[in-house]
Ligand binder design. Structure first.
Ligand SMILES: C[S@@+](CC[C@H](N)C(=O)[O-])C[C@H]1O[C@@H](n2cnc3c(N)ncnc32)[C@H](O)[C@@H]1O
Length: 227
């Protein structure tokens, strides 16, 4: 995949929460930092085999962790520039088992039923309303095979504070609280064997994103196995 420098403009009304960035002007590291320590640790020890979908993978801070263990990974996002940075930053030896797919997570996923052994999603599902979230879970379920596994890193209690102390909230952002989100996801995956691991409070300063801000959140990791 070639370098794509054209930014993907956000459109909150259409549920497109992209950053509107040329990702090649953001340095080599992910704009989202190195990732949540517990999520990284978890990815290291969790059994990850077969074909995986990395949903809304962004510029790829977790993608190599999946690629090292899975047989094949499809990294997806609405933002071509983010995905092209992910691709360009992937060591050559892993490229034969990486495919890139641009699509909108709120629409029907462009894959056949039972396409994946696993689906990973980090730092994105909290942006969507309960109704849209249920639609996304439906598509995960449809495209996951009979013994598939879902790994979700879900952020709650999000606080973004700008340099001048203003609270930043995205238009239409649901602002989930920890217990409410845990209950919601447990219900959405009620036919699955579900384990939830609460994450410690996460704090980071995001410098490369459009509006610079300090970010803090609670959250949890959900592991859902299809029976
Ligand atoms: C906070 S970033 C997280 C990226 C990555 N999962 C990670 O943890 O580093 C959210 C990502 O969701 C993508 N995104 C936002 N709205 C989307 C939509 N409707 N469909 C697909 N991707 C979307 C953005 O482009 C962005 O890359």
């Amino acid at each position: 995949m070639k370098k794509i420098t054209t930014p993907c403009k956000p459109d909150y009304k259409k549920q497109i929460f992209s950053e509107g960035l040329n990702y090649f002007a953001t340095g080599k590291k992910s704009i989202w930092g190195s990732g949540d320590k517990e999520t990284l640790k978890f990815l290291k020890k969790e059994k990850i085999r077969g074909k995986w979908l990395n949903l809304a993978a962004g510029d790829g801070r977790y993608n190599l962790k999946l690629l090292r263990k899975a047989g094949f990974v499809i990294a997806s996002d609405i933002d071509k520039s983010a995905l092209s940075k992910l691709y360009q930053g992937t060591p050559k030896e892993y490229l034969p088992k990486l495919r890139i797919k641009v699509f909108d997570i709120t629409k029907r996923f462009p894959f056949k039923d039972s396409s994946f052994d696993g689906i990973f999603s980090a730092g994105v599902l909290h942006l969507f309303s309960t109704q849209i979230l249920k639609k996304i879970v439906h598509e995960m379920d449809r495209t996951l095979n009979a013994k598939g596994k879902v790994l979700i890193d879900f952020a709650t209690d999000i606080k973004r504070v700008s340099k001048n102390g203003e609270l930043i909230v995205f238009e239409s952002e649901p602002q989930y609280k920890l217990n409410e989100a845990k209950k919601l996801l447990k219900t959405a995956f009620k036919k699955y064997r579900v384990k939830i691991h609460e994450l410690r409070v996460f704090e980071e300063e995001f410098k490369a994103v459009d509006k610079q801000y300090n970010f803090s959140c609670k959250g949890f990791l959900l592991v859902a196995e299809k029976n």
